[in-house]
Ligand binder design. Structure first.
Ligand code: MG
Length: 251
């Protein structure tokens, strides 16, 4: 199922894309029971929103061996996690604002996990059943500030630094998906989530042993190698097999 959150006029809906380009409006909640209303909108006639409005975004650093190597960082024994604020979220098609405070802003293509239920302390065997689905994400990072500050909060938290979308997809194997970034049409990151150091079920279980996860919360699963800088005017496209493409321009 491909689930979209969108605006039609000034009204917000969730819709399911059963046939290409058509969004079937649902009533109820995607986090609980829902059914189709029979109303359908064309994708080009709506404004796509981020698939979720998370209460928090927890990101995993260094979850691909080659990315740890390119940053000259040791492989973690446990997931290294940090927060991005919900105010950083933007949707597919929205603009990433290059902040004045930074001289070096990087893209980071990541698989996003959207949590379905309120959970605390779940086992890795039970973790997957509490996931609503998966989306493309871009963990936009002010790399100069990440290196300068001991905490990563500033580098990861600027407004617009968390593009999510274009939709939320379930029934895919999250640990075996091709993932890529194109910068102005040129491939700059290309890998597979099969290269994860920590798999999705382990990550969800691990974080749930620390904090309660709420419906809609988002976990970013780390980026593969090939990160690099952007400049104003660039167009970034994060593509994940089975989900689609998350495209954002830097301004
Ligand atoms: Mg990252």
């Amino acid at each position: 199922m491909k689930l979209y959150r969108f605006l039609r006029g000034d009204r917000e809906f969730y819709g399911v894309e059963d046939k290409e380009g058509a969004l079937a409006v649902i009533k109820g909640s995607p986090f609980g029971e829902f059914e189709k209303t029979g109303v359908e909108y064309k994708k080009e006639d709506v404004k796509i929103l981020s698939p979720s409005l998370p209460s928090k975004i927890i990101a995993v650093g260094l979850n691909y061996k080659k990315h740890a190597e390119e940053l000259n960082m040791a492989l973690p024994e446990e997931p290294i996690i940090f927060f991005k604020p919900p105010t950083a979220v933007i949707a597919a098609g929205d603009e990433i604002i290059y902040p004045e405070m930074s001289k070096r802003v990087d893209y980071e293509a990541e698989l996003g996990i959207i949590i379905k239920h309120e959970i605390f302390n779940v086992s890795k065997e039970n973790a997957l059943q509490h996931i609503l689905g998966y989306c493309c994400a871009n963990d936009v990072t002010a790399r100069d500030l990440q290196k300068k500050d001991k905490q990563w909060t500033r580098a990861k938290s600027f407004n617009t630094f968390c593009p999510l979308g274009p939709c939320c997809v379930d029934n895919i194997d999250p640990d075996n998906l091709k993932i890529s970034t194109r910068l102005n049409g040129k491939a700059v990151q290309s890998s597979s989530t099969s290269n994860f150091i920590f798999k999705v079920s382990y990550i969800v279980s691990f974080i749930s042993r620390i904090m309660t996860l709420l419906p809609g919360d988002v976990i970013l699963t780390g980026t593969p190698s090939g990160v690099g800088p952007v400049k104003k005017g660039d167009v970034l496209e994060v593509g994940i097999e089975g989900i689609g493409t998350l495209s954002n321009k830097v301004v």
